[in-house]
Ligand binder design. Sequence first.
Ligand code: ZN
Length: 82
Amino acid sequence: MMKHIREIITEYMGSLISKKLDEPEPDIIIEEPKKELCVGCYAETQVDVGTHIDKRLHYIEGAGQLCPECWGKLCEKKTEKI
Ligand SMILES: [Zn+2]
């Protein structure tokens, strides 16, 4: 005899819930907001991880976050080219 679909779903949902209960609760660690690292020199920047790119300073789309020093160097190079 085929199981009723609702029975199958209930069993499935039950197995999901029991699985979740078996997993240990992750420890909640409150961390200091992390700072983005410069993609040029890996120095810590003043930009918080998670800051929207529109609100970031020294951020290059497609490249990443730069520190003011690397940004300056890059801008120098750019102006040299021009
Ligand atoms: Zn840098």
